[in-house]
Design a protein around this ligand. Structure first.
Ligand SMILES: [Zn+2]
Length: 309
């Protein structure tokens, strides 16, 4: 009899959980088979985004992360040498080249292939930079340095996270520590490092000027602005500094450490000799910050409601 009552109670509980539905407090019946939390949902520029959809858009499939995207000129002396979903940028100068983002270590041979296919020498890479201390952007730094001898530079606030990145036991190379606003110059091209924290402590947005048809354009190579699931007071303070700063940068050519952040695929498809350069897109300069700032505020609202503010 006690058994029967216990079983009946189970049915009642499961039924109650089913009626209350997802989004209600998680009973044991649901935690036994948890669905990943993927909220809030926001609409920006007519498109719907969730934390999960932004991550999926950024990363694609494991195959996308490691498959070469056709290497191409973006503007002036700036080229794309990354995979379908992980950006690597090459800046070519008469005194050697600069690479931004080695991505995963396993992608280093793909980047080498892309550099050579564009007609440049991999061994000409003299400086290696990064956007932020996550393995999908900077895990390959040690191997890249081993193969090219490039000097590596990193934003001070990202150094601890980079030092913790040791693929195959290799120490993360950091030859020079940078601070907000510092510049890196090689062969007449100057890159400025802007500290734009939030996604990581030392997330770095790079700006440079590129010349095309006698005109100079402001290029912004954005660091990821994707907020983490839990917003600590520190992260909130960092993003509160970063969003307005990113919006204030002079920008004609918006780029990002994941191609989806600047619609690379669509722009690449529009490349034609004699046609306007699709990467010159001042109207697209706030596309990514609009999405991430809206998501940040939606997450913050949700978090504050959860603690009863
Ligand atoms: Zn990241």
């Amino acid at each position: 009899m006690i058994d029967k009552i216990a079983r009946l109670m189970q049915v009642v509980l499961i039924t109650a959980a089913a009626i209350v539905g997802p989004g209600a407090s998680l009973g044991w019946a649901q935690t036994a088979n948890p669905a990943p939390a993927d909220h809030p949902e926001i609409t920006v520029h007519g498109l719907k985004f969730t934390p999960g959809s932004i991550l999926a858009r950024n990363m694609g499939t494991p195959e996308d992360q490691t498959t070469q995207f056709p290497p191409h000129k973006i503007i002036g002396n700036l080229y794309y040498v990354g995979t379908r979903t992980l950006s690597s940028f090459l800046i070519v100068t008469p005194q050697g080249d600069i690479l931004i983002n080695s991505t995963y270590e396993r992608n280093v041979p793909t980047i080498e292939k892309s550099v050579e296919q564009l007609g440049f020498k991999f061994s000409d890479i003299k400086i290696l930079l990064g956007t932020h201390a996550h393995s999908d952007h900077q895990e390959g730094d040690a191997l890249m340095k081993q193969l090219t001898g490039a000097q590596t530079m990193a934003m001070a606030e990202d150094v601890p996270a980079l030092q913790a990145m040791t693929p195959g036991g290799k120490e993360h190379p950091i030859d020079k520590t940078l601070h907000d606003g510092e510049t890196v110059t090689l062969g007449g091209t100057t890159l400025t490092a802007h500290l734009t924290p939030g996604h990581t402590r030392g997330c770095t947005t790079w700006t440079m000027k590129a010349r095309e048809s006698g005109k100079m354009y402001n290029v912004v190579i954005g660091c990821s602005l994707r907020p983490p699931a839990t917003l600590t007071p520190n992260v909130v303070a960092e993003f509160s500094h970063t969003f307005p700063l990113v919006r204030s940068l002079a920008c004609d050519v918006p780029l990002g450490d994941h191609p989806a952040q600047y619609n690379m695929r669509e722009k690449y498809a529009k490349l034609r000799d004699g046609a306007p350069n699709p990467f010159i897109d001042p109207d697209g300069c706030t596309y990514e910050v609009d999405i991430e700032e809206a998501m940040f505020h939606a997450l913050l609202d949700e978090q504050q409601k959860a603690v009863g503010h």
